[in-house]
Design a protein around this ligand. Structure first.
Ligand code: SF4
Length: 267
């Protein structure tokens, strides 16, 4: 199939700003799904609220556009009811780690077989540029005009600490590795977390004087490095990217099914 076969043309043009990284992530997600040869009918995409959440309207899978922060709660119910389906949950940084933070850590703890993708643009874009739990100390936002005093979560560490069995980070600059990471995350049995550093030139870029979309993407090239690279030794401030965790642990739906079978056997 061609890329446009995955798009709901009736919802085009999309609402994303020129230069927004959301389109890059959507494009690479389509390419990963195409490479894996997955049937559109076997995929359910569930989103909450935010600019990135509009992806569930644009992609032609089974889709649910739900409420803020609750995409993983809907996804958990759906996966338990239909464990044979591939469930993908794209979320913004605020959606995943503020109002949805509890759902995020508990999905990871349970190791339910869901692929979560966090579009980390460090800001609430759709509602006007408020700071998020991933904005970082000292950044500017509509709600932090004199500088943000909140420290940011490290998504990789949060996911690892919560028990996710696949954890990776990439950026909108590194499109080739993004496709590879998406493929691994989708194929992984268990809770997968992929953090994608992505640009919001309209709010985060403008408020923090980071330049246009191209300049922001260039900064991902210059300020990130593969895991355990020599560059990290020389410049500890570099952000590592790649696959941090890939391991097996009992999956939640499988465990639940074992109990159901046991109970039915005993009747
Ligand atoms: S506000 Fe930011 S995140 Fe939202 S569409 Fe525009 S550039 Fe993208």
């Amino acid at each position: 199939m061609a890329v446009h076969d995955y798009l709901r043309q009736r919802f085009m043009p999309h609402i994303w700003c020129p230069g927004c990284g959301n389109g890059i992530i959507m494009n690479n997600l389509i390419r990963a799904i195409e490479d894996l040869g997955m049937e559109k009918n076997d995929i359910v995409m569930i989103t909450g609220i935010g600019c990135s959440a509009r992806i569930s309207g644009y992609l032609d899978f089974h889709t649910l556009h739900t409420i803020h922060g609750r995409a993983l709660a809907f996804a958990t119910g759906l996966k338990l009811a239909r464990p044979e389906l591939n469930v993908i949950v794209p979320m913004g940084d605020g959606d995943a780690t503020a109002i949805g933070g509890n759902h995020f850590i508990h999905s990871a703890r349970r190791n339910i077989d869901i692929t979560s993708i966090i579009f980390n643009n460090s800001v609430y874009g759709m509602t006007g540029g408020q700071y998020s739990p991933l904005s970082g100390y000292g950044t500017k936002a509509t709600t932090a005009p004199f500088g943000n005093i909140d420290q940011a979560f490290d998504i990789v560490q949060l996911a690892k600490g919560s028990g996710a069995t696949f954890v990776a980070r990439t950026t909108t600059y590194h499109v080739t590795s993004m496709v590879k990471i998406f493929k691994k995350a989708i194929m992984h049995k268990g809770f997968s977390v992929v953090e994608v550093l992505t640009q919001c030139p309209t709010y985060f870029g403008r408020k923090n004087k980071l330049g246009d979309a191209a300049a922001m993407m260039k900064s991902y090239k210059e300020n990130t490095t593969p895991i355990a690279s020599k560059a990290k030794g020389k410049r500890p401030e570099l952000i590592e990217r790649g696959v941090f965790v890939e391991k097996q642990r009992p999956e939640y739906c499988d465990e639940y099914m074992k109990i159901i079978k046991k109970v039915h056997k005993g009747q």
